[in-house]
Design a protein. Structure first.
Length: 434
């Protein structure tokens, strides 16, 4: 099947799919021969940090010689980014070829009056088929939302369950307390799996511990407070944890927490028999890359793009800005989806800024208008204006900035890829400055 036709078919599935729970994808995968049962997984759930932790794990496993599938969401730059092996995206040809196998199954389900899979469920199933064909040693599987009822939770062979930082987000689906949200995230824990998590708030920590205790799962907590920070700047951070010295090139104070969690995850895999040396761990962490999370695009002025889209991520962005750019004037480009806690995000970050430019996330039915967001921001910072478009926001931000200032775009991963492109193409931009 032609790639564009395959993509159109998936886009059309929005009209039919969307039934909550695992029943639909379970039936769908049975028709496809249950490819997931021939794979082994590292399953990753959490509110923030899933992508960064996955990036560290992937880099170490690839360095150790493993063939690693990686399923991520959301994507930033390219649709095929969501299905990768050793960092390479699935080809358009492979995507179309597997859709040729999937479409007849969906048509059969439609004829028989069965509920149809959603786009995310189709993508999840296609990734399993692809990873099985390519004989992946291990698949790093990110939950789309939650955990217990997420489509990815149809898997059985979980080597390692990773639960990243948990905070309040998607409350309409996951629950209105940390305990309820943690219960959903901990739903990925399977019998026999090792479990790692980071230092959590009390309610979340207790729920994860309860699930592990009931299931007899070995739980290891990566405690960033026990890491020895050796040095840090915008180019790198070096720390020591459990006798292992690690250097990472992902900026942001929160990346230490993510790196420590990934490190205890690697150590858990070693305990399960995966052959990974200390030197491979060191080299892997140093090679890890992950865009859109406190990514520095430009200097003079500095341009930072960050996907912070909930209060916890906003607090972490605030800490990183204070760590790296204390005393500098900040210009914010802020766009948030209307179902997010945008008032709380604004209360955390807006007071820091010299100027705030609000924008509407493009091509998204959940978009919050720039004008509505500006009204909210104005409660915390009177120096705010609404942009007409993403390109207008970039123009305004860059024109307001002096050489020593910092332009920061944040609020949603949905526009991170496009705004990165606009910054790169902005007049006067020189790639060699990065």
């Amino acid at each position: 099947m032609d790639y564009r036709k395959a993509r159109s078919y998936i886009d059309e599935a929005h009209r039919f799919g969307g039934e909550m729970g695992l029943d639909v994808i379970t039936r769908f995968l049975e028709y496809l021969g249950n490819p997931q049962d021939d794979l082994r997984f590292v399953h990753i759930a959490g509110t923030n940090g899933k992508g960064s932790v996955g990036a560290y794990l992937e880099a170490v496993l690839v360095e150790a010689g493993y063939r690693v599938g990686r399923f991520i969401s959301p994507t930033l730059y390219e649709y095929r980014e969501r299905i990768q092996i050793n960092g390479a995206y699935i080809t358009e040809e492979d995507f179309g070829r597997w859709m040729d196998q999937i479409v007849p199954v969906m048509e059969k389900m439609k004829r028989e009056g069965e509920a149809l899979p959603s786009p995310f469920e189709i993508e999840t199933a296609l990734s399993f088929l692809y990873y099985r064909e390519k004989k992946c040693d291990l698949v790093l599987l990110e939950c789309g939302m939650g955990g217990k009822t997420d489509a990815t939770n149809v898997i059985k062979n979980t080597e390692l369950a990773v639960i990243t930082s948990i905070s309040m987000d998607h409350m309409e689906y996951l629950g209105d307390t940390l305990e309820k949200i943690a219960r959903q995230k901990a739903g990925i824990i399977k019998p026999g799996a090792s479990v790692v998590t980071c230092s959590q708030q009390t309610e979340a920590a207790k729920e994860i511990e309860r699930v592990c205790r009931q299931g007899g799962n070995l739980l290891t907590v990566g405690r960033v407070e026990n890491a020895e920070k050796i040095e840090a700047d915008l180019e790198h951070q070096t720390f020591s944890y459990g006798g292992q010295r690690i250097t990472i090139h992902l900026a942001g104070s929160h990346q230490l927490e993510n790196a420590v969690l990934a490190l205890v995850g690697v150590q858990a895999l070693v305990q399960r028999g995966y052959k990974i040396t200390r030197e491979q761990i060191r080299r892997g962490f140093e090679k890890a890359q992950w865009s859109g999370r406190f990514t520095i695009l430009k200097k003079e002025p500095y341009v930072v793009v960050d996907g912070a889209h909930n209060p916890d991520a906003a607090e972490k962005l605030k800490a990183s800005l204070e760590m790296y750019f204390h005393g500098r004037k900040l210009i914010f480009l802020m766009g948030v989806l209307k179902d997010k806690q945008y008032d709380k995000i604004a209360s955390i970050l807006a007071p820091m800024a010299k100027e705030v430019i609000t924008l509407e996330t493009p091509d998204n039915g959940r978009a919050l208008s720039a004008e509505k967001l500006a009204e909210t921001v104005r409660k915390y910072n009177g120096r705010v204006q609404a942009a007409k478009s993403l390109s207008d926001a970039v123009d305004q931000g860059m024109n307001l900035a002096e050489k020593e200032d910092v332009v920061v775009a944040f609020g949603s991963l949905s526009f991170t890829g496009e705004i990165t492109r606009l910054f790169r193409e902005w007049k006067g931009y020189r790639r060699e400055e990065c």
